[in-house]
Ligand binder design. Sequence first.
Ligand code: C2E
Ligand code: CA
Ligand code: CA
Ligand code: CA
Length: 281
Amino acid sequence: AKRSGRGGFRFFTTDYLKAATERRALEQDLLRALELDQFELYYQPVVEARTDRVVAAEALLRWNHPERGLISPAQFIPLAEESGLIGPLGEFALRRGCADALHWPAMLRVAINVSPLQFGDEDDFVKVVQCVLRQTGLPPERLELEITESVFLQNDDKVQRIFRGLKALGVRLALDDFGTGYSSLGSLRQSPFDKLKIDQSFIRGATEHASRNRPIVEATASMAQALHMVTTAEGVETFDQLDLVRAQRVTYVQGYIYSPPLPADVFLTLARDDWTIAPAG
Ligand code: C2E
Ligand code: CA
Ligand code: CA
Ligand code: CA
């Protein structure tokens, strides 16, 4: 839609309207999708960089739309956040993830993504997590909550109180997409986070000549170590990237070089290889 002149403008306008209409239609479908049980969790193995051993899995939502097929969370999570559905949807992911993890060996943790918009007032979210842990019976130390940096945009006292409440339950906290947006180094000073996830935008291109991503990955890894936090490199796809993050003593690796996100039953077949995965670029 990049033609110039009046015709081009009209073309752009219809495109825009079409996109807005699509969006509204999708939002309507989203409201019913939970009731219709159209959401599913895929699990991406989190692998210890030194040993190739699977230590955890990140739960990633998928929407099986009856007409549109599999829809990416990059598309519907923002819609859910705007329409207020993120609360129930997030709780679904939490409950399903904890329940699925009970079928895994006890050394495997499950990581659940949490939107800061799920926090609600006061300690609502802490109560939700406590309730799900009690109902499913998953030991709290097997649950890790991944929270994106945008959490630091919210009221600081409330957020700190929620973090303390979650830590008191015994769950682990990971800071997701580290370095992409809102966190300042000051927020790490008093941080309750056990883990930093180095965003895939830094891993991408980090092995190219004179890349400015590489020193950022190196600095993040050594800073995390000094702060006694573990690290996960996201989006590792090539052997060069794997060598780089191993040399920087990044603790865990998540990426297509080990495995894409898998349906729950396929994830369980990793037991056949004793929960180790050979990297394949
Ligand atoms: P994220 O938390 O940063 O998750 C990592 C994303 O990177 C996933 O995309 C994963 O499939 C993808 N990925 C993993 N390894 C590689 C790789 O080697 N190369 C590339 N190119 N990509 C890789 P996905 O599954 O499409 O999820 C997108 C985002 O949607 C997530 O980003 C997360 O922010 C959000 N999301 C997914 N599930 C949930 C959920 O249950 N709750 C909330 N609040 N957000 C969710
Ligand atoms: Ca995540
Ligand atoms: Ca991430
Ligand atoms: Ca991300």
